[in-house]
Design a protein around this ligand. Structure first.
Ligand SMILES: *[C@@H]1O[C@H](CO)[C@@H](O)[C@H](O)[C@H]1NC(C)=O
Ligand SMILES: *[C@@H]1O[C@H](CO)[C@@H](O)[C@H](O)[C@H]1NC(C)=O
Ligand SMILES: *[C@@H]1O[C@H](CO)[C@@H](O)[C@H](O)[C@H]1NC(C)=O
Length: 133
């Protein structure tokens, strides 16, 4: 529950007109638990980014910062056509995602691309309300 309170605080903070935080900050590592080769970058939102060497096929840490955004990892490169009936993303990964330090645990170390997006403040606030019951 604590982490949801923190998330709500972060969301309120970025609701100010000029956000100085690095929304879109993401740590990638070849190893689980931030081991192996790592790269931390701030990515533009709503933009598809291909996973490239050395992370292709080997992205075990996929850890977004704690600001109000999340990322969809995709099984195909940007512009690729999704042929999976289940859809081609694992679902939104954010700071609270259980397996962000070990995508192998959910067989997603082969993520090929991703796209990050801002979370809707109202949605997050509603979630906080529900969870605190
Ligand atoms: C990775 O982190 C998890 C959770 O903190 C811990 O249980 C596990 O032992 C760690 N594994 C390694 C290899 O560091
Ligand atoms: C991503 O990779 C695919 C396949 O290699 C390529 O067609 C596409 O242009 C790349 N897109 C970006 C945004 O790098
Ligand atoms: C990551 O998950 C895989 C598959 O479940 C497991 O074999 C491995 O020990 C995990 N690594 C860490 C560091 O927790």
């Amino acid at each position: 529950m604590k982490s949801f309170a923190v998330l709500a605080a972060a969301t309120l903070a970025i609701a100010s007109p000029i956000a100085k935080r690095n929304i879109g900050g993401l740590l990638l590592c070849t190893g689980a638990n931030s081991t192996g080769t790592c790269d931390y970058s701030v990515y533009p939102l709503d933009t598809c980014v291909n996973i490239t060497t050395p992370f292709s096929g080997n992205t075990n840490t996929f850890a977004p910062d704690g600001e109000a955004f999340a990322c969809y990892p995709y099984g195909m490169p940007c512009g690729g056509i999704c042929t999976s009936p289940e859809g081609c993303t694992l679902g939104a990964i954010d700071f609270d995602y259980e397996y962000k330090y070990n995508l192998s645990a959910v067989s997603w170390q082969g993520v090929a691309s991703f796209r990050c997006f801002a979370k809707e403040t109202t949605t997050v606030v509603e979630e906080v309300g529900k969870r605190s019951e």
